[in-house]
Every structure is written in structure tokens, then in C-alpha cells.
Design a protein around this ligand. Sequence first.
Ligand code: NDP
Ligand code: 2IT
Length: 463
Amino acid sequence: MSTVAMPAEERRAKYASQIDEFMDWVRDRNPGEAEFHQAVEEFAADIVPYVAENARYSDHNLLQRITEPDRVVIFRVCWEDDQGTAQVNRGYRVQFNNAIGPYKGGMRFHPSVNLSILKFLGFEQIFKNSLTTLPMGGGKGGSNFDPKGKSDAEVMRFCQALMSELARHIGNYRDVPAGDIGVGAREVGYLFGQYKRISANFQAGVITGKGLQYGGSLIRTEATGYGCVYFVAEALAYIGDELAGKTCLVSGSGNVAQYTTEKVIDLGGKVVTLSDSSGYIYDPDGIDREKLAYVIDLKTVRRGRIHEYVEKYPNATFYPGEKPWGVPCDVAFPSATQNEIDADDAQKLVEGGCKVVAEGANMPTTLEGAAIFQANNVIFLPAKAANAGGVAVSGLEMSQNSIRRPWSREEVDRRLRDIMRNIHEQCVHYGSGDGSSSVDYVHGANVGGFIKVADAMLAYGIV
Ligand code: NDP
Ligand code: 2IT
């Protein structure tokens, strides 16, 4: 039986000693990097067996090479706050792998940012970008800067200071940053503006997520959320079901959460929760377009907290300090941050009737949580497939920048839908057992994403 046809547990048991040996090597080489170990472990559980059974990939220490970043840049970022006090943050760019295209991936500004988190994100990005079918390598960057409570002028000075160093490491054929947590349209504008100033070049393809007036793409703002919902629609269609009438939980209330909610509404589903780091709101009537417009304004213009929702819509309840996973649902869209669904949360979702989990965030589910979903036949759609729509439209933004012509909203949306359908086909192709209709999306995404990168690396020889 090939590894594809084997249930995940059986496959992992058969190759347990090779997986353990490889993970011991990864842990020894990258001490203290818990999030990076976790991302590699999820990948290794599928790819160590795959490599063992496919001789083409077994030589040349390919897995050791693919888990070592090409390079990591770490730098001091000094800026002046509104009181005139010097502040110092740390900036990073992890250039993980450029086998199939320039490094590509977002920048995250959050106080928790460290090397482990950016390495996990950069590693995931390699295979996610490969799944999009577009020519993009994997990278990620960011800073421990906390945009919360900062004035626009402080955010601007910070972005300018960060770009003053980052500029020398990026370029449209080299490394193309974009947004992530804490980096949206405002920050991308300041970052691109500083790049343009330093380089005296209007190199539009050096960063994506730009404003529409200066080289941005229609639908990029919406792309991660829309893409995630399109992916769920594909997975449901595959089993003869649809999103219409389904009750959905969304966590987070930022970019991904907002446009996931919008597309669920478009397709006839009902979103009953949103959250932020202070707690979650439950709205039994569902979040309609008007309520969503309020949330988008609250979060992107007024930069307020999610509990304000219940002051405006008193039918809803705010649960401080809690996550939404105990609310009964059909579909869950974790769209806030890593490890927001642990084993207890996964158990609650299963007990609440959840049938599909689609990871809008990166690695929102712990390994233990994912095992509970798989053991209970929950359709578990991993981040590198489910949230690839964002970087896919970033790739389309780069295409438009290269040809110097913008595409219409319909054109970009059609291409996004085609890409999500294609990713689904790859997951089915690599993740279906012989004669079995159920799909192991984790296995499918890992193998599908790996092959293209591995083949390119082999073509280059030992580099
Ligand atoms: P935003 O900054 O727009 O929103 C982040 C949301 O998540 C906020 O509601 C925030 O709450 C919440 N959040 C962040 N950190 C934590 C935490 N430690 N605990 C609880 N809540 C938290 O980011 P995005 O929507 O862009 O990103 C959300 C997720 O989606 C991330 O995992 C990101 O990597 C992933 N992603 C993003 C893509 C994109 O295109 N933007 C593409 C693919 C994946 P609060 O305001 O209280 O911090
Ligand atoms: O995690 C991700 O895929 C992103 N934050 C988007 C990256 C990008 O380059 O658009």
C-alpha cells in the first residue's frame, strides 16, 4: 500500500522511528523554537514516509536542506515615539527557500514575534506558495513592535525605520513582503513609501497588499477570507454538500475574519461569532452585512475592541477572556493566530457538531487538536491549503505590476476561485486513499506542496 492510501495513524506508526530521528535532529539544531518544531513535525509526519517510499527524494539530505532557511536577517529598529523618546524594536526577515520563485510572504507586527514564530511561518509559506501554482518561494518577516495604542505618526516612523534596513534585502526578483497580523493597508503604504524614497525607484512589485492607487490589486484585501470560504465550498461540494444554511464560528476580527464572514454571508451561511485577544462575541441572529460593516469600521478605522459590538447590537453577548469553540456549529474558521485550538477546544468543537474546520490563520490548531479532528472524521482543512488565497492574489498583484496593467475585480476573483479549486484538486489527488472517497487534506497539501519545491531543488544539484 502506498503512503497515500494509508490512514494517517497507520502511516505515522510504520515510520515512527524515522520521523522521531528526523525530529530529534530538527530540535537539536533549532533549540527552543517550539513553533518551528511544531510546523516541521506536522510536515514530517507526512513527508518522512513519502520520501522513504519515493527513492527520487531519499538522497542528498533533502529534508535537512529544506528545513534550513537560506538566510535570516535580524536587525535593530530605532524610532522616536510621540514623546520624543527613542524606542528600540527588533526586525526580522526569514528568507527560507527560493527554489521556485522569489521569497514571498508577509510581515507580522506583534509583541510575541520571535525567530521561532517567523521560521514556522516562513516554512509553511514555502509549501503554501507552491500549492498556489504561482512562481513564489517562501519567506516571512516582522517585528516585536506592537501597533496597539500607537498613533498613526508613530506607526509611520516605525515603518520607515524598519524599511530603512529591510530595503537592502528585498526586491521584485528577490524577496517580496506583504501584510500579516498587525500589518494592513496603512503599514504597507508607509513601508512602500519609504522603499520608494530610499531607492528612488517605483518598483511596484517589491511589496504586495498595496493601495489601489499605487499598484495594488483588487480583491487582495478580501483574498484570504474569500479563498478560505471558496476552499470550504469545494470540500463540501466534493461530498455533495454546500455552505448555505450552515452555522459558522469565526475567530479573530481582523482582515481574514472580516472577509471570511463576508463570503460566508454571500454563500448563504450564518456566522455567529467573532473575537479578538480580549474575548469573543456570540450573536445568535448571525452577523449580517450591516453588522459586518460596523466591525470593519471598528477594527480598521477606529481600531477598537470587539466587546463594543454588544453595545451596538444588544442581542449579542460578549464572553471576556474566552474563545468561541464551545458554541455549537457546522463549520469553524479559526482566523486569529497560531495554537488557538488545543485538544480541549477541538473536543468541544466535535461535541458541538462541527463537521469542517478551515484554518484561515496559520497553524491555529495544535498537533493534539488536529489528531482529535482526524479521529472524529471532521474534515480538517490545513492552513497551507485553506488560507493560500491571500498569497495567491499577492502573486496576481505581482503579475499585474509586471505587465503594468490592472485586472478587473471579476478577473482577479475568477483567478482566485480557479486557484483554490486547483489546490483542492491537488489535495484530493495526493490525499485520497485507493478506492476511498475521504480525503486526508493534511497529507494532500503537504505532499502536493512538497513535490514541486523538491523537484526544483534536485534540479539545482547540491546547493
Ligand atoms: P489582523 O492583524 O488583521 O487580525 C488579527 C486578529 O487576530 C485580531 O482580531 C487579533 O486580536 C487576533 N489575534 C492576534 N493575535 C492574537 C492572540 N495572540 N490571541 C488572540 N487573538 C489574537 O491579522 P490577519 O487577519 O491578517 O491574520 C490573522 C491570521 O491569518 C494570522 O494567523 C495570519 O498569519 C493569517 N493569514 C493572514 C493572511 C493575510 O493575507 N492577511 C494570509 C494567510 C494567513 P487583537 O486585535 O486583540 O490582537
Ligand atoms: O500567511 C500568509 O500567507 C500571508 N500573510 C500573506 C502573504 C503574502 O505574501 O501575501
